[in-house]
Design a protein around this ligand. Structure first.
Ligand SMILES: Nc1ncnc2c1ncn2[C@@H]1O[C@H](COP(=O)(O)OP(=O)(O)OP(=O)(O)O)[C@@H](O)[C@H]1O
Ligand SMILES: [Mg+2]
Length: 328
């Protein structure tokens, strides 16, 4: 199924209590695309994603994944290729230990028992949770549960990675690790999230869902900079684009009385400094991670260079602190 695509044609679905959730949803995602799914609460994003691996089945319309039309008969095969991270990690974790939960998928795929420990360690290492392997999942914090839920899916090495609000409980470092993971994942990825900065960072294409239908579909940069479209869907510009808009909003600035302008500019600068520092600190951690990866690969020169970049980023961080104090 390496040539797989995901095609929804006029899909309708309502929950058993009669709530309509998908109302004629159609789109096609080609192999290797990175697609963000955004929309207001209740728009139908989770319902859409739960259809991609057959967890929910269409009431009418059709879904085709690669060369298989999704139905009761084919969904077991399709699940071997489509890895879905649920919005609520409690829906994903049900075994006595974290190890067992992460091992569950690979065991079902028929991976040899002597290879399982390696798979589990690799997946848990990727999300920074190796030390949790013997804990019962219900003893984990929300963020740890989310990270382990991601590991259960990565361990299956899916061809299509589908994630529903994967970053909502993650701390900034774990969120950055997730973004890096998604960036290097070379197959199809479909991510629903209200974290529009993450979508902007990871997905080239973005689909807006409204009332169970496609409201807009196009390059992420275009969709996520369309203020009117976003507002119509209870969304806001991603933070990283808000500054551009503020910097471009000269007409608003013209209306600010002169005596207030300096104060407002200083406030804006202080806000920007916080934002720049946050990004710098996140990047610094990434340089450090890659320095140790380079060292593990025997690339000591490269590791030393990356460590120098890390040191410089740390110095920059204290310069941001100094500037923030002076602008406060
Ligand atoms: N188990 C359920 N039973 C009945 N109705 C449901 C159920 N789950 C969702 N719905 C309804 O289906 C619609 C779509 O819900 P869905 O969870 O797909 O939205 P969403 O876009 O993922 O929202 P959010 O941003 O809050 O995660 C909503 O109107 C919701 O109330
Ligand atoms: Mg949802």
């Amino acid at each position: 199924m390496s040539h797989h695509f995901v095609e929804f044609k006029d899909v309708h679905f309502h929950y058993p209590d009669g709530s309509p959730a998908l109302n004629g949803l159609s789109f096609r995602i080609s192999h290797g695309e990175s697609v963000g799914i955004v929309g207001a609460n209740g728009a139908g994003k989770s319902t859409l994603l739960m259809h991609i691996n057959g967890y929910l089945l269409v009431a009418s319309g059709s879904i085709v994944i690669g060369d298989l039309r999704l139905d009761k008969r084919t969904r077991q095969d399709i699940r071997k290729k489509v890895g879905l991270v649920f919005q609520n990690p409690d829906d994903q974790l049900f075994m006595p230990t974290v190890f067992d939960d992460v091992a569950f998928g690979p065991l079902n795929l028929g991976i040899a028992h002597d290879r399982i420990a390696e798979r589990v360690a690799e997946a848990l290492g990727t999300v920074g949770c190796l030390k949790l392997k013997d804990k019962p999942p219900h003893h984990l914090s929300s963020g740890q549960k989310s990270a382990v839920a991601i590991a259960t899916v990565i361990a299956m090495r899916p061809d299509i990675l589908v994630m529903d609000e994967p970053a909502s409980n993650l701390d900034p470092k774990s969120r950055r690790q997730l973004i890096n993971l998604l960036k290097v994942f070379e197959h199809t990825k479909i991510v629903a999230s209200h974290d529009l900065d993450l979508i902007l960072d990871v997905c080239k294409r973005c689909i807006v869902i409204k009332d169970g239908r496609v409201a807009a579909d196009g390059p992420t940069k275009n969709i996520l900079s369309d203020k009117v479209l976003l507002e119509e869907n209870n969304l806001e510009l991603p933070l990283s684009l808000q500054n551009n808009h503020e910097q471009n909003s000269t007409s608003i600035e013209k209306n600010i009385p002169k005596e207030n302008t300096a104060m407002n500019e200083l406030e804006k600068l202080n806000h920007l400094l916080h934002h720049w520092k946050e990004h710098n600190d996140e990047h610094a951690e990434t340089y450090k991670e890659w320095a140790s990866k380079a060292e593990q690969l025997g690339k000591n020169d490269l590791s030393a260079a990356l460590n120098k970049i890390y040191g410089a980023a740390k110095n920059l961080s204290s310069l941001f602190d100094e500037a923030m104090k002076k602008s406060a």
